[in-house]
Design a binder for this molecule. Structure first.
Ligand code: SF4
Length: 180
């Protein structure tokens, strides 16, 4: 796993400054810019907005057959309108202080020992060592949070059963059977 200093050095050499264009919050294709959220992130947004779970998040759209007529998926995503995240209002994030890790760290992600970089018009802009370190620390915290969620899902998955004919999301909190 990369340390904060290594990540900061890489970020500094790539460069980045958010232009506030909101492009990363928009749906440019069916599965583009999906924002995966953990149960803890959904609950933080619910607490901040007063919205119900199903108004904040929807199941990750790729369902897997259980073999008994049921289907499951392993993640939640922020809900979107036909063209953008529901929290994008007047071109700005309306839950900025509570935005999930994916939004907080865009356009970067850590996958094991690799730094992934998504398309973004802000890439290449000068990034100060201090800002690079802050961004790197966030990326490392995100990676740690994702590891905790993944291990929670594995623990639940081990014992999970989806009722025949039903669809469910299996997350670190349990098996959540969906209506309809
Ligand atoms: S939560 Fe905010 S930053 Fe994240 S996709 Fe939605 S509007 Fe954009």
């Amino acid at each position: 796993m990369l340390g904060v200093d290594d990540v900061a050095a890489r970020l500094g050499s790539i460069g980045f400054r958010c232009r506030g264009c909101g492009a990363c919050c928009r749906r440019v294709a069916e599965d583009s810019n999906l924002v995966l959220v953990s149960p803890a992130e959904v609950r933080a947004i619910m607490a901040a907005t007063g919205m119900a779970w199903d108004k904040v998040a929807e199941p990750y759209p790729d369902f897997i057959d259980t073999g008994n007529g049921g289907k499951y998926t392993l993640a939640w995503c922020l809900r979107r309108t036909a063209d953008a995240c529901i929290f994008l209002r007047d071109g700005r994030c309306s839950i900025y202080a509570h935005r999930p890790w994916i939004c907080r760290t865009y356009p970067f992600m850590l996958v094991d020992d690799d730094l992934g970089v998504s398309e973004c018009p802000g890439l290449g802009a000068p990034l100060s060592p201090c800002d690079a370190r802050d961004a790197a620390a966030d990326l490392c915290r995100r990676q740690a949070a994702e590891a905790v969620e993944e291990s929670g899902i594995r623990a639940v998955f081990h014992e999970a059963s989806v009722p025949p004919g039903k669809r469910a999301v299996i997350d670190s909190e349990g098996v959540k059977v969906l209506d309809g």
